[in-house]
Structure formats: structure tokens, C-alpha cells
Design a protein around this ligand. Sequence first.
Ligand code: ZN
Length: 472
Amino acid sequence: MVLKVYNTRTRRKEIFEPLREGVVRMYVCGPTVYDLSHIGHARSYVAFDVIRRYLEFKGYRVIYVQNFTDVDDKIIQRAKELGVEPQELAERYIREFLRDMDRLGIKRATIYPRATEHIEDMIKVIEGLIEKGHAYVVEGNVYFNIESARDRFGQLVHQSLDEMLDGARVEIDPKKRNPKDFALWKAAKEGEPWWDSPWGPGRPGWHIECSTMSTKYLGEQFDIHGGGQDLIFPHHEAEILQSECYTGKSPMARYWLHNGFVTINKEKMSKSLGNFFTIREILKEYPPMVLRFFLLYTHYRSPIDFSWDHLKEASSAYKRLKALKEILSRMASGEGGKDSKDDKEFLKALEEVEDEFFKAMDDDFNTRVAIAQLFRLDDIVRKYQDRGVRRKSWRRARRFFNNAMRILGLTFPRGRRSRGIERELIELILEVRERARKNKDFPLADYIRERLRELNVVVEDTREGPIWRFEG
Ligand SMILES: [Zn+2]
């Protein structure tokens, strides 16, 4: 079966073919780390996690790059309010972000490049753009000259530059030649972080970091670029202009995938309207896997409406899958029947479900239709559980179910493991261990790790901080 993906660039479902055989190079825009992540983040990263998992299931090696925007107006503003250094604030929210992602079962990216660690690379790209006449310097700022890239504009919004200019409300900035020009480099302001550059002290604009880091880690052209629909304009259009003008190659990414919006009780999510939920708030009420299931029970491109009632429904549907898993494992390790007629019927029904499941996943990762097949499987299993189905057939059904769960990233933590306080205590212990490490008290840090190991908690130190899991 062939995989088809909906490409925002061509507005069509296309057969998926990576540029290099067997490898998928994929970039997904990461968060600006100034606060706890909200349900919109959960939706986007769960969606791209399943896309990645399905590609891996199909045998591709996936290189998944996701940036951290760790210098930005919002970070600087929030740090000022809290009286901390912007870098300290960013560091804290990178840790919080990864903690949320881990709990939602989202696999870690292959590489998490940070903007502040790629300033030199960005300067090089900006210099290249100035040299080629695509950017200009005004009083220590560098702007992208949008007029110079007129023919490359609109690959995602499917509108010409003029159409876009007519419709948009733009601020007039006397420094810019064209109001739609955007900053590649911003001159330093009093009390803000800055780096040296050929144009004086300053910091990079937001769009340039994704162009620079995607090119650096994935090459001038790669396979998938993902993000939320809200990033299409201006962010992704700007990325295309910068990258293509710099490298001279088009398209920058072959497939542009965008996930749909999240509304709250059918209204736009907004902090000022008070309908805004962090992942943390939701996980106080429901286990992470229920939230993950809820997000996957809608196709990733469709809008999704969050409400506590919808989450409650998702919770019972998810419990149905859990019960199905238990029946399957009981039947697969039981005696099994001997009625060949029952067995044949069961296998035929199972094959249909399997086909439909993979057909749905191949149809632009339609997890909604795929999950519906698992409920069909549940009906079949209940119908045949007291009949003559052979053990071998039950094992096949269990294998299919487990594969489906692996693709969807859904797990069924045992009761003991899902208790919130236990997780929070382990995280607290790890925070204490981190402090010991910072104070160079390595014997204490090692002792904590060893003792946790004895309790079946495996700790692994990564550049983004420790991660842990139950094992054994
Ligand atoms: Zn980006």
C-alpha cells in the first residue's frame, strides 16, 4: 500500500517519496519557551509524533529535528516580569516542555537545536542574503527584501504578494522599504540579550532560525516540514523565501504538513477570554493517554474542539481499548478453540480490520478512521471470544492490536504506575539529583541513580536534562 500525504504546497494528496531512499528528513517548528505548553502544543506534537511513528513502522529511518526558540520578545518580556535572566527562563521552560511531551508519550526528537546556539550560523545566512541582494541593513537592523523574492512568494498561502499586501493590515515602519519586509536581525535594545554581528550588537529574528537550523541539520532540501496551520503565514512563507533565496534551490521542503486548530468550547482559544488550558491543567484531571487518545480521535488536519465533556467521552472510549487489550492477551495465552468455521470467519473479519486500519493510516495519517477499526475489532473479538477460534488467530489479532498501539503511541500504564504522586516524587528526587550535579557532588548523584535503579526506575542523562522510565 502506498502512503499519501496532503501537501499544503500543492494542495493535493501526493504519494510520499523521500529524496533519499529509506531515510525521511523532517523538521517541525518547536515552541517559544516562555511559559508552560498548552493544548495547542499537545495537538501539534502528538500529530507529528504519530506521523513519525508511522513512517518508522513502514521501515524508514526518520531524522526528526525540532527547534527551541530560546530568545524572543515574549521570553525577554516574561523574564523581566519575573526578575530572572531570559536564558534561565528559557532553560526552565525547555525542561517543562520535555516533561509534558514525555508524559504524552511523544518520542524525543533526533536533534533539538536552540536558536541561541546557532547565532554564528544565522549571521552567515544573513550575510549571504545581503550579498545576493535579498536583504538590506538599516541602523543595525537587517530586513529581508520581500520585493526581491516576489516570484517565490505564496507557495503555501497560494496568493500573490500584491493580493497578500492588499488584504493585510500592516504597520508602517519608516526603516522598512516595504511594510511586508521582515527582520532577519534586530539591533540591540537597552537591557536585552545581544550578540556581536557585522551590523552591530543585536539578536536574530524568529523566521531566520528555522531556515538556518533546518538547512544545517537536514540539508538544503529535505522531505517534510511540519507545524500548526497558524504558522503558514508569515512564518513558513518567510522560511521558504529565506532558504530558497540563500541556497537557490526549490522546494526547500518537498511536503509541507500542517495540523488544524484547537478551539475551546467552540471558541478560539485565548488567554484573555479565559478559555485556555495548559497541558499541566488537563493532566491534573485525566491521565496523559486519555488526552493523547482524544487528540488522535480527530484527523490531524481537522479542527478539534476541546471541552471537559469531550475528554470524558474520550476517557470511556480509551477504557474500551484497554479492556480489548486485556481480552486479547487472555485469549492469546489461553487454550484456543478448534472450530475451523469460526476460525475462518474470525480471520476474515480480522483481515478486513487490518486492511482498513492501514488504508486509513496511508490516507494522510487518518487516525480517526484507523481508531474506528479498533472498535470494530472490539465488536468482533466480543462476538468470537466464546467460540472456536484457534490460539494462533488470537495471537495474530493481539499482534495487530499491539502494532496499532505502537503506531498511535498509546500505552496502558498499570495502575501502580499511573498514580500522579509517584511520578511527581520521582521528578522531585531527580531535581534534587540535578542540584547535586550542579554542585559537582557526583557521588551523591550516582548514589541517587543507583538507588532508583533498584526501584526499577531507570534514569538517563541527556543534554535536555534527565529522562526516566519504569523498567523491569
Ligand atoms: Zn519554524
